[in-house]
Write a protein that binds this ligand. Sequence first.
Ligand code: HEC
Length: 280
Amino acid sequence: MLRALSISAVAAAAAIGVAFAAGEGGHVEDYPFSFDSPVGAYDMSAVQRGYQVYAEVCASCHAVEHLAYRHLGEEGGPFAAYMVRNHETGEEEMVVRKPEHGGRFVDVTENPYVRAIAQAATISDIDPNTGQPVDRPGRISDKFLPPFPNEIAARAGNGGAYPPDLSVIVLARHGGADYVRALLLGYTMEMDGDLLVNTAFPGGRIAMPPPLTDGRVTYSDGTEATVEQQANDVATFLQWAADPHMEQRKRTGLVVLAFLAVLSGLLYLAYKQVWRGESH
Ligand code: HEC
């Protein structure tokens, strides 16, 4: 009896194992992103490239409703600009990368890169003088333009499936950036009805067509745009979008830890001093 039970338990376990192997999804590889460790920072070049992937590929289906254009140019953002002095010419020039030393942060209202990105969007607005609907170029204070006006239109454009907002997707899904990366790399060539088999998507079948192919974007920094490179970069961008102040937060955390360590040391010395000569 007992033996029969244990045999059937082993058989059941094996069957579950086979079901997983057959592609039930949920397989997410742990990838060593630069921001993973308690002192890790964003790789800003990756955030910039990831923005390009989002803007040129994902933005046709997915909104990022929490992001405004100005966020790109704020300190800690991928297009934050700084004035630095060129040692050879003595002239001040603008760079889109935090210099190692010095450099004066360019207020985002003066940032030409962010202005250009915002102005490329066409925003539907109300003319303040006539009250009539008008289209105008985007301003840096505008939120990123969503691809669809509402959920019904988004579903209608995607065969009934809803492309979720991506601004906090890494916080909303178990595995975070690792999950987004694995999802983009998890396509098999198989179909199941209208759905595509994906090893990372819970349930293993997804309505999103594989968005990336090799060379889908052309990176301006010359990085080769393999599917994996684009997946790493857009996952990094989405992590930044969901948590733009991470670096500041980690720095504050370290200062607090250092303070507590010193305080503990002082308290210990005070304790020794107070109880000196007492037996207890
Ligand atoms: C052609 C439209 C389209 C494009 C382009 C697209 N997606 Fe999607 N995406 C979808 C749809 C539709 C879903 C919903 C899938 C489902 O529910 O089966 C989805 C779902 C997702 C999800 C959520 C999966 C989950 O756990 O719910 C993520 C993350 C995602 N897409 C990321 C991206 C990224 C990153 C890009 C750009 C590289 C991208 N998508 C490009 C249509 C698209």
